[in-house]
Design a protein. Structure first.
Length: 393
């Protein structure tokens, strides 16, 4: 009798644990992996959060449709941090209460500066950032993985191309937070390599679009090139105000400006502006990963257009899923980190010059920088540095 009761109790425990409660890792059950997506969903930058959500969902829906990760479906818990550092603390606490395994899709340098220490203290993996701020992966942090080049990579490559083409006078308008400061530092470092300095630098307040004073300050220095360490709405205001002044330096945006969102905001003033990106054009279906992204977008979000921002989020989620697959059936945060650091020269489907690489001393993943220019309201590939330089000497 006692033996039968014990066997029944053991069978109950096994069934109960398989359902959810006794799994060895937070956010992982026999049937599910729960991850948190924390970024801006309301306010003037809400569209950027929407773009991120769509990219994440496209990847996760595809993974789940193919059986998930060792039979476990991925489920996303969202939180709106409003692109505000203080709200990032609230979101992190909420997601910990929900019991997520890892975080992804973080938008913003200021918010990242809050998420990263909390993730490290709680030993929670974070994979895939919208931003490319240097401090995300330098120094290396055990549980933190980027899946894109840095702002400093973008700015260095921009300066080197334009310097080689003959331009010498560089300035910057930047957001007065961690994002803008990193862009400013990136410009100073890039110009240090050429034994010179920015001719001018001016900042504006984060989450504001009052940039006229900054434009006037930079205009007085008469730079040939103005880099924008600014999100898309202030960037659009900067180029529009400059056009109204009949002042036309070469503006260069980086990924923080979200070029797809910048163009409709800037209107005709967007034409001729150069931008850098950390992924290829989002309609290059000849690249396997982009082709998969486009199919998923058409299937799950048929009314949405392919954008850089969606593709970046899709790529970051592909990397997260790859790490979980490589960690094996016994998925824990510790063996996930070990699996991620074991990814070397992995072709995610973006070609031989954009292989994914991690190690115990490098958590950036990619360093490749792509360039484009706005023509007739469309983002198109760009490599005509000499022609641009000739127009601004």
């Amino acid at each position: 009798m006692l033996r039968r009761q014990l066997a029944s109790f053991i069978a109950f425990l096994i069934a109960f644990c398989q359902a959810s409660a006794c799994w060895a890792e937070v956010g992982v059950t026999a049937k599910e992996i729960q991850i948190g997506a924390s970024h801006v969903l309301t306010g003037q930058n809400a569209i950027a959060g929407h773009e991120t959500d769509v990219g994440i969902d496209c990847c996760i829906n595809d993974v789940n449709a193919k059986g998930g990760v060792f039979g476990r479906k991925i489920r996303v818990v969202n939180c709106d941090d409003k692109y505000e550092p203080d709200s990032a603390i609230t979101c992190f606490q909420y997601l910990m209460q929900q019991g997520v395994f890892a975080l992804t899709g973080i938008y913003g340098s200021g918010t990242s500066a809050r998420y990263i220490p909390m993730a490290m203290n709680n030993k929670v993996p974070v994979v895939g950032f919208h931003n490319g701020t240097y401090f995300v992966t330098n120094p290396v942090k055990k549980y933190v993985f980027s899946a894109r080049c840095s702002y400093r990579d973008e700015i260095r490559e921009t300066v080197n191309h334009l310097w080689t083409a003959g331009l010498r006078k560089f300035a910057i308008i930047y957001q007065n937070d961690a994002f803008g400061a990193d862009c400013y530092e990136g410009l100073k470092l890039a110009l240090d390599a050429h034994n010179t300095k920015p001719v001018a630098a001016a900042s504006y307040t984060r989450n504001k679009t009052d940039v006229k004073d900054a434009v006037n300050e930079i205009k007085q220095a008469n730079p040939q090139v103005v880099l924008l360490g600014a999100v898309y709405k202030p960037s659009a205001e900067i180029v529009k105000i400059s056009k109204e002044m009949n002042w036309n330096p070469q503006f260069v945006l980086n990924t923080g400006s979200s070029v797809t969102l910048f163009v409709p905001e800037a209107g005709a003033a967007a034409d001729g502006q150069i931008y850098s990106e950390c992924v290829p054009l989002p309609n290059e279906a000849n690249l396997p990963l982009v082709g998969e992204f486009l199919k998923a977008l058409k299937k799950y979000y048929p009314g949405e257009k392919p954008t850089y921002e969606k593709l970046r989020a899709y790529l970051g989620t592909v990397v997260l899923a790859e790490g979980m697959k490589r960690a094996g059936k016994d998925l824990t945060r510790e063996n996930f980190v070990k699996a991620m650091e074991g990814i070397h020269n992995f072709d995610v489907g973006l070609g031989a010059d954009m292989l994914l690489n991690y190690s115990a001393t490098d958590h950036m993943g990619f360093h490749k920088v792509f360039f484009g220019i706005i023509k007739n309201g469309q983002a198109v590939p760009f490599d005509s540095w000499d022609k641009v330089a000739a127009e601004h000497r």
